[in-house]
Design a protein around this ligand. Structure first.
Ligand code: ATP
Ligand code: MG
Length: 457
């Protein structure tokens, strides 16, 4: 133990040398590295560059999980990589990267970057370093190329900072990531406060990865999270949204949320979570929706983010809808206004993209239409492009005890039925229902703000 410590101190003195693990120690089978990642490393190494598989892929392979994608880190600049890899393109918002394309596979190639001298509480931006921090210490730009050691230090967690060299089949480890993998511990590199201040999204990543891998978060890494969670609100909403989507679509969403609750992090970390975890009525519905999404992802079935968000916010919509109806607003316009209300409030904090909100609204708006089971209306609903999602949503409502099981069963039989079976299922028109044509036309204003004609009741 002491020897190891002295070795580390000496190493740090001469520019840190990584610990090197051979294939018998790290256990990664070279064949499990994707074709594209191997090819990129081969080509770059063939031209005298360093190139390693890095990040989540090495971590997952060492844990026996098949990675969903592969990243490569190199000392070649993006321009050099782009020149050497035929089918590649340079991309970059915060920093330049290269995407190397091999049929369906895209390998992300990043140049070693230097950052992460820990920033203290009031550290100003450092002139001339290429680093920029905002008033909260959040890193705005880290576009400085560096060496491999610096690249390892700028990564988030020790288990995400392992470098696998396909040529020598060795793993290089600067931050005791291999030890932490064995101990099933998620530990941030460097000073936790400084690292979370630089990039508050790392707090979300900590919870997501711990849940995905079933790791414990090291106590020192975990300690400041609750107190610092509020910094997430300084991160651009689009980035928080992306990270949250990753969390919700990780296949471990239920576990993640349980983690968040257990760690006392469900307040303030994500505005959406405050909403969905705070409603006792909706709790069952939300957990069913998440469990279903997790299951589908694990079975590699497609999932719809719009469906999931529609489910997460449903009880808010339902409550606002009820409140409006209680004020004697008529049913359908009340629903439309409730939907807009909830979405307006959410977009401030969350920036749910428009392409999703349109679908979410359709799913919600179709719910009361399932109540019509007489005349031609059920047949019209069969033609609706969003029927499948809306029906799955109805099933969730039934399972959570909110909608009548008989209604769900009726629609299952109606959707699956032959034309004769469908006709036999149609119910007589409820008593007292006025024939449609005798109804007065709606005032124009409502039609403008409200549903498209096909959805009007
Ligand atoms: P996943 O299994 O979700 O893909 P991952 O660790 O591979 O997990 P990515 O978002 O693909 O996550 O990031 C790739 C690597 O980039 C990480 O393993 C980590 O080394 C580094 N990284 C990503 N986000 C950050 C961050 N916010 N701060 C520091 N390093 C990061
Ligand atoms: Mg990854």
């Amino acid at each position: 133990m002491i020897k190891r410590f002295i070795r580390r101190v000496l190493r740090l003195g001469n520019g840190a040398q990584p610990e090197v693990f051979s294939s018998s120690e790290h256990g990664i089978d070279r064949e499990r590295i994707s074709y594209g990642a191997r090819k990129v490393c081969d080509v770059l190494a063939g031209h005298g560059h360093q190139a390693y598989v890095v990040g989540g892929a090495v971590r997952d392979l060492m844990l026996g999980i098949q990675p969903k994608d592969f990243d490569v880190a190199t000392d070649a600049t993006p321009e050099e990589v782009h020149k050497l890899i035929r089918r590649s393109r340079m991309i970059g918002r915060r920093f330049k990267l290269v995407h190397a394309v091999f049929n369906a596979e895209i390998v992300e190639v990043s140049t070693f970057r230097a950052v992460n001298v820990a920033i203290g509480d009031d550290a100003p931006a450092e002139p001339g370093t290429g680093r920029m921090v905002d008033a909260h210490g959040r890193l705005l730009r880290d576009n400085v190329y560096g060496n491999r050691e610096q690249d390892a230090a700028r990564r988030d967690f020790t288990i995400n900072a392992l470098y696998y060299d396909p040529a020598s089949e060795t793993v290089l480890d600067y931050h005791q990531g291999v030890r932490d993998l064995k101990r099933r511990t998620l530990r941030i590199i460097g000073d936790p406060r400084a690292r979370f201040r630089e990039d508050p999204v790392r707090m979300l990543r900590a919870v997501r990865l711990a849940a995905k891998l079933d790791f414990q978060i090291a106590p020192k890494t975990r300690a400041p999270i609750q107190e610092m969670a509020g910094l997430i609100k300084n991160v651009p909403t689009a980035r928080v949204f992306d990270e949250m989507l990753k969390l919700l679509l990780s296949g471990h969403a239920s576990a993640c949320l349980q983690r968040l609750r257990a760690e006392g992090l469900h307040h303030g970390l994500l505005p959406l979570l405050d909403v969905i975890l705070e409603q006792p009525l909706g709790a069952k519905f939300v957990s069913l929706a998440l469990a279903q999404t997790d299951r589908r992802i694990r079975e590699e079935k497609p999932v719809s983010p719009a469906f999931l968000f529609a489910a997460l916010l449903w009880h808010q919509v339902a409550a606002a809808w009820k409140a409006r109806e209680a004020k004697r607003q008529s049913r359908i316009p009340a629903l439309y206004e409730a939907m807009d209300d909830v979405l307006d409030r959410q977009t401030d904090a969350l920036a749910i993209p428009r392409r999703l909100t349109a679908t979410m609204k359709e799913i919600w708006a179709l719910q009361p239409r399932f109540e019509n089971r007489s005349g031609k209306r059920p047949f019209a609903l069969l033609e609706h492009p969003r029927l499948r999602g809306a029906y799955d949503f109805l099933v969730l409502r039934v399972e959570s005890g909110e909608a009548d099981p008989e209604l769900g069963e009726w629609w299952r039989r109606f959707i699956d039925g032959t034309p004769e079976e469908r006709a036999a299922l149609i119910l007589p028109a409820p008593k007292g229902e006025a024939p449609r044509r005798r109804r007065r036309r709606r005032p124009k204003k409502r039609a403008e703000a409200g549903p498209p004609p096909a959805l009007a009741d």
